[in-house]
Write a protein that binds this ligand. Structure first.
Ligand code: SAM
Length: 283
């Protein structure tokens, strides 16, 4: 039986053409076909490295229709590389459907690792990166964006977002309103001529950018929730107390310690509010 081809998921530079691996160049030369998000864009990269492999397009809107053609080629023994315009395919980019159809067809899917803006921005951010969460692009509409950010209020890990330059300031304003004035980083035009990495609190970043037109490609990195990040209201202390009282077997003293630690306030303060609440509850 004829051997099936391999689907290579090849990461390409996010700006600087030197950021391509030796293996990526070899694989792109050796495969029978390169599927690219934008063939004109990828042609420039291929020309730079003297790669003459035939190209075909696979982008968001034709991915469902085009995938069966590529799967048939793979099944007939052609090795195919998939590249998006920049960075790692599938990361806020097309590729998901193709990869899954290939897996369903028992075709070997092999990553050829390389650049991705999420990791590049995080690596130079100075924010904790032992764990992080990546959220791709935030919703473009303000209401939806704020609602989405609200869902991340309790996220403790550093968060990374892709954002358009036009919305960067608006999004920073939404972040300060919904998550508070956390530490954050605006990573712009990474690996390119005008690379800029701004670090500060969200409000400091807004001040730095407010009189400028933000241009180029932007990745935002925002610190996760730290102890004491949020002012706890009396209502939220009481609600938390009641929830823990019902759900846990902890003593009142232990519950007070848990709430105080989480809120970053003194046990004495929590105790005062809880005591007042318990007195009114008895009446
Ligand atoms: N697949 C790509 C990756 O692995 O990074 C991401 C593709 S996504 C369509 C493009 C977004 O990534 C941009 O809008 C921007 O938010 C971010 N991005 C890409 N290149 C960047 C760069 N050089 N500097 C900062 N952010 C970048």
């Amino acid at each position: 039986m004829k051997q099936q081809g391999t689907l290579y998921i090849v990461a390409t530079p996010i700006g600087n053409l030197e950021d391509i691996t030796l293996r990526a160049v070899r694989v792109l030369k050796e495969v029978g076909l390169i599927a690219a998000e934008d063939t004109r864009h990828t042609r420039k990269l291929l020309n730079e490295y003297g790669i003459v492999t035939p190209l075909t397009s696979l982008y968001d809107h034709n991915e469902p229709k085009k995938t069966p053609f590529l799967i048939a080629k793979l099944r007939n023994g052609t090795d195919i590389a998939y590249v998006s315009d920049a960075g790692t395919p599938g990361i806020s980019d097309p590729g998901y459907i193709l990869i899954n159809r290939a897996i369903e067809n028992d075709i070997t899917v092999t990553p050829v690792p390389g650049p991705s803006a999420v990791v590049a921005a995080l690596s130079a951010s100075g924010l904790p990166m032992d764990g992080f969460s990546f959220w791709g692009f935030l919703p473009a509409r303000k209401g939806k964006r704020r609602h989405f950010l609200e869902t991340l209020r309790e996220e403790k890990k550093t968060m990374v977002f892709y954002e358009s330059p036009q919305r960067t300031i608006e999004t920073l304003l939404d972040i300060v309103d919904t998550l508070g004035d956390r530490r954050a980083v605006v990573a712009r035009e990474l690996s390119k001529l005008y690379e800029e990495i701004l670090r500060g609190t969200v409000s400091e970043l807004i001040t730095m950018l407010k009189d400028r037109t933000v241009k180029g490609e932007v990745t935002l990195v925002v610190a996760g929730k730290e102890k004491g990040d949020e002012e706890f209201s009396i209502e939220s202390i009481i609600a938390r107390f009641e929830a823990l009282e019902h759900k846990s077997s902890c003593s009142t003293k232990d519950i007070i310690t848990i709430i105080a630690d989480d809120a970053g306030i003194s046990r004495k303060e929590v105790y005062r509010h809880v005591l007042k609440h318990l007195k009114t509850r008895k009446k």
